[in-house]
Write a protein that binds this ligand. Structure first.
Ligand code: SER
Length: 673
């Protein structure tokens, strides 16, 4: 079975993490702290790989933090959620250890170090290792064979599906090469099938990041050749701890023990089904704790929905094991205790995490109770069988696990129409597919390409609503172009602009560009990192790259947005004063006609408090304070008491918006005077 680790080999998860980071730090890599699970990247909902925070660096859109970097990155993937707990190695939350080269070393060095780390530091015997290479990557194959000395029979060529890695449909990508651990080397070198996961586990993926893939699938070489690697911490822990699966490593097993204790069961004595439930609880508990820590709250949308789904799965599996009272706070406590040494932020956010777990669990338990009532009604009608639709409604609307419906049906001597259930499920899948928001990849790709090639836009809109600007790039009717004429829909980049680009909750400005016979109405402005993308239509004349225009913001709209933006600041101050000083902003929308302020609060705001808040804000407005804006170092701003939004990334120099004596916030938005 697993290689007997040599003396002084790292063994615990913490030791493996430290050994990896040390190894690469000693080789000139700058250690970079894990980024949030909420990525700074509109194309994905969650951080799905260690490379994600570096995507703009690979694309040459952001300066590299160093020539070489190393990190242990929190990741969540939910594409394989059904496999969690069933296979030995699938996770939602996991940690990816990575070493990165931004235009520095490449294939040969990356391979040599990966091998040295695996064999010398982790003490794995070469007899237990197999590598894969991309079918067409003869160079990588030669390095493994001739440079490292791997037996050619243990170098497996795989095709694109397995050994060409990309972070998404568009973006940086390249051929990759993986290292697998072989639990049964005695089976020999013939007919090696890396898909056989009773024998092999892939633990290290080396990506030779050298292309950018556009929306049309075309690969363009990146300016620099890069290295992106990922070593699965949980997988290495499984190998070095000699346990049969990732869940039984010290990174997760304590959570399984906590849940087993709560259920009054013994993990070792359970059948496969029971074990799977405990594994799901262990895996998902880490994920939901970390998601809430990074600022996600349960909802029916996006990240909030992922959290809700994972959390409900924990409750359902808990019920399958016989836990019939709230237990998520206990799982949250255990998860914090388990991970706080590596992620101290969990301790700081303990209250928020536990409160969110308790609240969402209570909400779900209520739904389950309503489902139980519905089921009772169904049974009272004395059916011959519980129909597929009924079982599906219980599952879909009331979160009833099918197994639970089956169990209750059985107690009444009934069965459930399983085929009908599957059919209803499939119909739902089809509906969801049809309703899925389809992003116009062509347009998005063209905009991204345009923005990537442009310099940061100089924003002039704090001081002026009108400004002379030059057109730097154009996307016309969805495609990059040199020129646009009347009737065309355009996205364009200017060298400098008075238009506010949507950000910090505030919507982008509207207005007009005018110049030599041309009028362009601008309906919105977004930001692609630091490049402002103006969207609109050519009303008259034609516009070409290089044209000089007068950019004029619609002042009436802007004033309304400004009033709403200052109002959100006052609202936050009033909430803190009246309801709870611990209230923190979770998001906001500052539109022309309305504002929305999202905040974390452990309880509902009462009508009496609402009245108080309203009176307080109206009082502040009638006092007509003079609002002050200043730029300063972030430490200075924080020391002065400026409120920052949790989870937001700020530059070293920040903009502070101060309504003296009332509210002081870090903010890049525009405000009333
Ligand atoms: N980005 C690659 C992966 O996620 C290597 O880190 O597998």
């Amino acid at each position: 079975m697993a290689a007997a680790p040599r003396r002084a080999c790292p063994r615990t998860g913490a030791e493996i993490r430290a050994a990896f980071l040390d190894f690469y730090e000693q080789r000139g890599h700058q250690p970079i702290a894990s980024a949030s699970l909420i990525p700074d990247d509109p194309t994905v909902l969650l951080t799905i790989a260690g490379m994600l925070p570096f995507k703009p660096v690979f694309l040459g859109q952001q300066q590299r933090p160093a020539a070489r970097a190393t990190s242990s990155q929190k990741c969540i993937r939910t594409n394989d959620i059904e496999n969690v707990g069933r296979t030995a190695r699938h996770h939602t939350f996991f940690e990816m250890l990575g070493n990165f080269s931004f235009g520095d070393y490449f294939k040969e060095q990356a391979i040599a170090w990966a091998w040295e780390l695996s064999t010398e530091v982790f003490g794995l015997s070469p007899n237990n290792l197999v590598v894969s290479v991309f079918r067409e990557d003869e160079e990588a194959e030669a390095i493994w064979r001739d440079g490292v000395g791997v037996n050619p029979k243990r170098i497996i060529r795989l095709d694109e599906a397995d050994n060409f890695w990309a972070s998404g449909p568009t973006g940086p990508c390249g051929p990759c090469s993986e290292i697998y651990y072989d639990f049964k080397p005695e089976l020999g070198n013939d007919g090696i099938d890396l898909e056989d996961d009773s024998r092999f586990i892939e633990f290290y993926n080396l990506v030779f990041m050298q292309y950018n893939r556009d929306a049309g699938g075309t690969l363009t070489p990146l300016a620099a050749r890069n290295i992106d690697t990922g070593l699965g911490l949980e997988r290495m822990a499984q190998i070095l701890q000699g346990v049969p699966n990732n869940y039984e490593t010290d990174l997760i097993y304590p959570l399984i023990e906590t849940a087993a204790q709560l259920a009054g069961v013994d993990y070792r004595a359970l059948d496969t089904k029971g074990k799977t439930s405990l594994k799901v609880i262990g895996d998902h508990s880490r994920a939901i704790t970390q998601l809430i820590c990074d600022g996600v709250t349960a909802s029916n949308l996006g990240r909030g929905y992922i959290l809700r789904r994972l959390l409900r799965r924990v409750v359902r599996h808990g019920r399958l094991l016989g836990i019939d009272r709230p237990f998520l706070a206990a799982m949250g406590e255990a998860s914090i205790a388990l991970m706080q040494a590596a992620y101290p932020q969990l301790l700081e956010r303990r209250e928020v995490i536990l409160a969110e777990l308790e609240r969402e669990e209570a909400r779900f338990l209520e739904t389950l109770e309503r489902g139980e009532k519905l089921l009772a009604e169904v049974l009272a009608a004395r059916p011959k069988q519980i129909s597929g639709e009924q079982a599906f409604e219980l599952y879909d609307t009331y979160g009833f696990p099918l197994e639970l419906t089956e169990e209750i049906a059985e107690e009444h001597g009934l069965t459930v129409d399983l085929a009908g259930f599957e059919a209803a499920m499939e119909a739902q899948r089809q509906r969801a597919k049809a309703a899925a928001v389809s992003i116009d990849l062509t347009l998005q790709g063209a905009i991204e390409q345009m923005a990537a090639a442009a310099e940061a836009t100089a924003f002039k809109g704090y001081e002026a609503l009108e400004h002379p600007s030059c057109v730097l790039a154009l996307v016309v009717n969805g495609e990059p172009a040199e020129q646009a004429t009347a009737g065309d829909t355009v996205q364009l980049v200017l060298d400098s602009t008075p238009f506010y680009g949507e950000g910090g909750g505030q919507v982008g400005d509207r207005g007009v560009l005018s110049g030599d016979g041309v009028i362009v109405s601008i309906e919105g402005v977004s930001r692609n990192r630091s490049v402002f993308v103006h969207s609109g239509q050519i009303e008259r004349g034609s516009l070409a790259i290089g044209a000089l225009v007068t950019a004029r913001v619609d002042g009436a709209c802007r004033r309304r947005a400004q009033a709403n933006h200052t109002a959100t600041h006052l609202l936050q101050a009033a909430l803190k004063q009246v309801v709870d000083p611990g209230i923190g902003q979770a998001g906001s929308l500052v539109d022309f006609d309305r504002l929305r302020f999202d905040f974390h609060c452990p309880r509902a705001v009462t009508p009496a408090e609402l009245e108080q808040i309203e009176a307080l804000i109206n009082g502040w407005i009638s006092e007509a304070h003079t609002l002050q804006v200043a730029e300063m170092a972030i430490e200075q701003a924080k020391a002065a008491g400026a409120v920052a939004m949790f989870g937001e990334k700020y530059a070293d120099v920040v903009r502070v918006v101060d309504v003296p004596g009332v509210s002081m916030e870090l903010c890049g938005g525009t405000h009333v005077a």
